[in-house]
Structure formats: C-alpha cells, structure tokens
Design a protein around this ligand. Structure first.
Ligand code: NDP
Length: 291
C-alpha cells in the first residue's frame, strides 16, 4: 500500500511539492482554488479533489502551501472538522507569531501540526542539497520524516513552532543583503565594462572567505566579546570609504554601503572601534529610535 498525502495549494511551490511526493511514489491528492492548475499533476497520476474537504479526507498527511495565512484559513476553516486526527504540515510563509496561532488553531480542531519553511525555489524542491526547515512537535516531524524528505533535506529546529519562520526570516535577510552586495559590486565593476559573468566567479570565491569569517565570528557573537585581532571596525570604516568613493565616481548608487557605514559608525560611537566587525551585532540588538 503506497503512503498517501494531500497537497492544498498548487501555485509554483505547491505544484513542486506535489510533484516531489509523486516522484517518491506517494498516492497524492491535490486541491487548488483555481482548479485548472491541477491538470499537469493529474496527468502524472495525482487525484484532483473537488473541495479542500474532499482533499483532506483522502490522506492522513495534509501539506498546505498557499500565499499567506489568510489564504490558509480561508481554505481550511470551512472544513476544519474533517481535519481532526490528521497531520497538517504548513509550508505557507509567515511570521513566528502566525505559526504559534496556527498551533492553537490546530489544537482547537484536534489535529497534529508542524510548521515549515522551504529554503529553495520550486526548481530546487526534491533536491537533498536544499534545506526545508521544520519546527513544532518532534513526534510529528519524526512520524512524517519520509514525506518531508521528499521536499529536500529536512532540518528540525526545535519544539517552539515559530522557529522555522524565525530562521526563514533571518536567512532571507542574509540572502537579500548578500544579493544586494553582489549586485552593487556587479554595477561597480560593470561600470568599467566588466561583465557580471566575469565578476561573479570571483565574487563566489570571495564568499568562501566570508563564510570562514562568519564561522570564526559566531563564537564572538555568542560570547559578547569581539577581539579585533584580524581587522577592527575603525579599519573597516576607512575601507568602506574606498567603496563609496569608487562607486560615487562611477555614478553607482551608494545607499546600501552608506547604510552599512552608518551602522559601523554607530558601533564605533558605542566604543567598538577597536573591536571586530562582529561587534555590529551590539547596535543591532539595541536599535536606535528613528531620528
Ligand atoms: P503562487 O502565487 O504561485 O501560489 C499561491 C497559491 O496560493 C495558489 O495556489 C493560490 O491559488 C493560493 N491562494 C492565494 N490566495 C488564496 C485564497 N484566498 N484562497 C485560496 N487559495 C489562495 O505562490 P508560491 O507557490 O510561489 O508560494 C506559496 C507559498 O510558498 C508562499 O507562502 C511563499 O512565500 C512560499 N514560498 C515560495 C517560494 C518560491 O520560490 N516560490 C520559496 C519559499 C517559500 P490560485 O492558484 O487559485 O490563485
């Protein structure tokens, strides 16, 4: 008997999740508000349910991936009674607080709940190289691990249901800052007609150095002590001026590096000039009220 799973929401991501379950031999039932989106999955052997209630009834495991929590409750609330005894794995993006509310909602309806965050694009779903973050009841994670592993490498972060969303937010912040730094560099170097395809392999090698520095600084962040043995905030402030100058001279927008410099200067003003760059975490932990 093949294991069964239901997927609610067949946008780009839900479609990829359902396809990954089909790839792993699951008997997959799907439902989407816009029914036509189920067609490619039905062609691959999925069953398209006419309503969320019918979809939920078909499997012990229900995976939901819709736009946001409003959409999630719009889909689930009308037939919530049918969810009793089922497991809901919610891969809809949201805040840690929304995950906590969802746990209370699930308890009220007698179902098991696990919160998750997919750390890849739909193309990456199904690859063991990609992380899928989970938080909530450990027993629920363990019981459904084979299905969760169909989506990527499942990482259990802890019993607090908000942890997956919390990590997701932090990791997206890292992605946006990194992408913005890379694009700023591409604009700067590109102003001298150097293509991004030449700059990018060098940038990627540099990322390896950056990750080494992160690894070394993590213990400084945890200890709250930031010995500036390798490079100090004062030195970085002088160095960022070279970036600002080079970019300004070439007409490249400097709002991002200006923001970074301002953060470094706040750290220096708080006495961290001789400390390592890891000391910036101190000004981030004590945000200043807007001027
Ligand atoms: P899409 O826009 O492709 O799909 C959105 C889905 O939500 C569709 O199934 C849509 O139904 C459904 N939906 C929206 N509003 C409602 C509603 N009121 N009632 C019922 N269903 C509704 O988005 P994605 O698939 O890309 O994203 C889905 C979730 O996955 C989001 O939370 C997103 O943040 C998360 N995610 C996406 C990633 C990505 O790379 N795409 C990466 C990681 C997480 P319909 O087809 O009828 O419009």
């Amino acid at each position: 008997e093949r294991p069964a799973a239901t997927v609610l929401g067949l946008g780009a991501m839900g479609t990829a999740l359902a396809a990954a379950l089909l790839d792993q031999g699951y008997r997959v039932t799907v439902w989407n508000r816009t029914a036509a989106k189920a067609a490619p999955l039905v062609e691959r052997g999925a069953h398209a349910a006419a309503t969320p209630e019918e979809a939920v009834a078909a499997s012990p495991l229900v995976v939901a991936c819709v736009l946001d929590y409003d959409a999630l409750y719009a889909v689930l609330d009308p037939g919530a009674a049918g969810l009793a005894g089922k497991t809901l794995v919610n891969l809809t993006s949201g805040s840690p607080e929304q995950a906590e509310e969802a746990v209370a909602w699930a308890e009220g309806h007698g179902l098991d709940y696990l919160d998750g965050a997919i750390m890849t694009t739909p193309e990456g779903v199904g690859s063991a190289e990609r992380m899928v973050l989970f938080s909530g009841a450990r027993a629920v994670f363990d019981a459904h691990r084979p299905a969760l592993a169909a989506f990527g490498d499942p990482l259990y972060l802890g019993a607090d249901p908000g942890l997956a969303s919390l990590h997701d937010a932090g990791l997206l912040g890292l992605m946006w800052a990194t992408m913005a730094g890379w694009l700023h560099g591409a604009a700067l170097v590109g102003s001298e007609k150097i293509p991004a395809e030449s700059f990018t392999p060098i940038a990627i090698r540099w990322m390896a150095t950056v990750t080494e520095i992160m690894t070394g600084y993590a213990s400084q962040v945890d200890a709250g002590r930031y010995p500036g043995d390798d490079a100090t905030v004062d030195v970085q402030i002088a160095a960022i001026d070279h970036l600002l100058h080079a970019a300004a001279a070439r007409g490249v927008d400097n709002s991002l590096p200006e923001l970074l410099k301002a953060t470094m200067r706040r750290a220096a003003a708080a006495g961290h000039g001789p400390d390592s760059l890891a000391s910036l975490v101190e000004v981030m932990r004590k945000p200043q009220p807007p001027a």
